[in-house]
Write a protein that binds this ligand. Sequence first.
Ligand code: FES
Ligand SMILES: [Fe+2]
Length: 449
Amino acid sequence: MLSHEDNELLCRVGPGTPMGALMRQYWIPCLPSSEFPEPDGPAKRMMLLGESFVMFRDTNGDMGAVAEACPHRGASMYFARNEECGIRCQYHGWKFDRSGTLVDIPTENPGSRAQQHFMNTVRIRAYPCHEVNHMIWVYMGDRETPPPFPSFEINTIPPEWCQRPAIMMEEANWLQNMEGDLDSVHLDHLHRRLYADAPAPPTGMRGFWNPSKSLAKLDVERTEYGAYYSSGRPWESDQTWHRINQFIFPFHTMISVGATINLRSFVPLDDTHAMLISHSGNPMGPLPEFLSVREDDPFGEVGGYQERTNDPRSYFVTKANKRNDYFRDLEVEKDLMHCGIPFVLNLQDRAMTELMCNDAGEPVYDRTQEHLGSTDAFVIAVRAQLLAATKRLRDTGEAPANVDDVSWDRVRAASVVLPNDVDWRSHSKLARSADSGDPPSDDVPLIID
Ligand code: FES
Ligand SMILES: [Fe+2]
């Protein structure tokens, strides 16, 4: 349970909020490269942390992101012409390059004092962009020179070894969405099949099965970069299966899902919409066949995405959503699966988290109402870490260590079976490292057959 004040502090991300300030310290994954297939193509609206901006790929193929309002008289740069290494406002032709510099001002006479004055003093707010492995990241903070780019494994392996990111809009506050990734225990309920040899349902994955029937035991370690934990389930002959997952400031997780690495980012557009960007890859070589197949249409099995409007909050909204009960199938729920919503990426999870509301009816969960127990240990730890980091930044100006030291990003999730009498932290050290040179540890597959 949280106080109302702490809950608000964690959830609200707009300009001027403490959590918004924490997130603005970091590079933020924004849109996939595929959204901008060609140089000088049309600009696209985007929104992050409650700020609207437009993005474009310039003549050289480099990405730009600038504030939506033109500094002349406020026309939307969404309609701007994208030409000759810059973006030209349709209204009166002022043109800016991707650094935000005013490069042409056709409304003043060339060489006039007015022209010189504007050229020297007017800029459009520009957000630096960095594109790697099918994904465009932006930096929204105040530093003149952005911090080093994150060194997550998914950013440092060759592009052919990476899937394209699978993106899903979640129509709720970012934190309640992310908390699902901090809670291994819901596997035993929400994602479970009804009996050990229950066949796969017609749509989606076969459910999880915990052969031991015992409760998972959570053990948490707080770190400079966030926290990690083991959910330990009894395994054969005095052994424990440790499913070890990561939380990395400000909104990333890594969860053990098999022989691949992943980065899952819960990126807020505003307080009631956040994307889950799930980016996976194979650190040992080109992608295995089964992973390449799914990548172009991650929600194809459940009808794909809804048609978009020009509002970024309509991007990546799946056809299965809260307005149609996420295509819940009650026959499947009766015979095969604990939950009849297709087990496709995070659809089942969304049904649990998107409906959490406060008294005002916003999908921003009111954590003064909850009752946390022993299986919520990682949720509790991550909130404490986020609160401490947010307050430290607000009160002292000091940001978490992984803003400037991106070596903290070199971690992995892991799935390891260890004897009961060993210290799982030290014995999983290599498995938790992105620099071990080994394949991701996958002692136990997520969906146990
Ligand atoms: S409003 Fe953009 S050039 Fe005038
Ligand atoms: Fe889940």
